[in-house]
Design a protein around this ligand. Structure first.
Ligand code: GLV
Ligand code: GLV
Length: 324
């Protein structure tokens, strides 16, 4: 009998086909498995699970997975999975590092430029019929050349953003659990900053690329926002709860900081109502990795981990397994 795999939502067809070569595959309807109970009921008959980052893979779900051998998340972040429960039940967990680095770094530059040059407001103005003649004082924004970019989370994505920002003439400083190698610091002329407070005080733009953990939850709170300059821009393409949304909404409305762009939210898909009408705030629906080639690569990497485990490959030969 073929082993069974559940892909919780439709993904790029070549990914589904790859798993169908070896297994009996079922694909869930969009959104159906964004709830624990639906997962608990479905999970017992599957050997492999390919969930979305919006699916809560809790202890209860994993415990119900009597046949479950592997969970391969369709994401690099895996805060939606109870890693300890998976370890306890002997279920392997995989994520998708590397393959989305360029896509996320490009997207970060896109939203940085959009906010610093006020593109969304400008289009609204034009479509609203307000463009009557060239305006010497219209839409004055921040130039990136010469500004200081503060990166929180200097992993693959943070480093890839730094490389791009250097090409725009930005100075790089970063905060991270560990200092990166001297080679990378030298390449990027990057300054390591020990405290988030100091980074907040001295950056023109702050961009978040850290995972969501207990120590990064609400890392950006009212106190940190108060240290930022009133022209500074905050970017979040990491995970929503790293930012205290209510505090950010207040900071934008009060002019404590100059602008923000958020691709992730504390309680997706909800967006704090005060952010929706905040000045100079760009909001996008968690899409930083959404290039066709990257989404296909994410799927293939998850599919390969599932095939590997279900076909009995030694875990040491599967590079993207998470060590609990
Ligand atoms: C996207 O948010 C990811 O973690 O892959
Ligand atoms: C993820 O790919 C990271 O390390 O930033």
């Amino acid at each position: 009998m073929n082993k069974r795999v559940l892909i919780t939502e439709p993904v790029i067809p070549s990914v589904i086909q790859r798993l169908e070569n070896d297994f009996t595959v079922e694909v869930g309807e969009r959104g159906r498995f964004n709830n624990e109970q639906a997962l608990v009921e479905a999970i017992p008959k599957y050997h492999g699970l390919l969930p979305m980052l919006s699916n809560p893979i809790t202890n209860k779900v994993i415990a119900a997975g009597k046949n479950l051998e592997i969970i391969a998340n369709y994401a690099v972040g895996y805060n939606n999975i109870d890693i300890e429960a998976a370890d306890k039940h002997n279920v392997a967990v995989a994520n998708t590092p590397d393959v989305l680095t360029d896509s996320c770094a490009e997207f970060t530059m896109a939203i940085l430029l959009a906010v610093s040059r006020r593109l969304v407001e400008a289009q609204e103005y034009l479509l609203d019929g307000q463009f009557e003649s060239w305006d010497p004082m219209g839409f004055l924004g921040m130039e990136l050349q010469g500004q200081t970019l503060g990166i929180i989370g200097m992993g693959r994505i943070g480093t890839a953003v730094a490389r791009r920002a250097r090409a725009f003439g930005m100075q790089i400083q970063y905060h991270n659990r560990n200092r990166v190698s001297t080679d990378i610091e030298n390449e990027l002329d990057a300054r390591y900053i020990e405290s988030v407070e100091e980074l907040a005080r001295t950056s023109d733009v702050i961009t978040l690329h850290c995972p969501l953990t207990e120590s990064t939850r609400h890392l950006i709170d009212a106190d940190i926002l108060a240290l930022m300059s009133n022209k500074a821009i905050l970017l979040n393409t990491a995970r929503g709860p790293v930012v205290d949304e209510a505090a950010l909404a207040n900071a934008l409305h009060n002019g404590t900081i100059g602008g923000a762009a958020l691709d992730v939210f504390e309680e997706e898909p909800k967006v704090h109502p005060k952010l929706q009408n905040a000045p100079n705030c760009l909001l996008t629906p968690h899409m930083a990795s959404a290039s066709y080639s990257t989404r296909e690569a994410i799927g293939m990497m998850a599919a390969d981990a599932i095939s590997g485990i279900l076909n009995g490959k030694p875990p040491s030969e599967i590079p993207n397994l998470i060590q609990p």
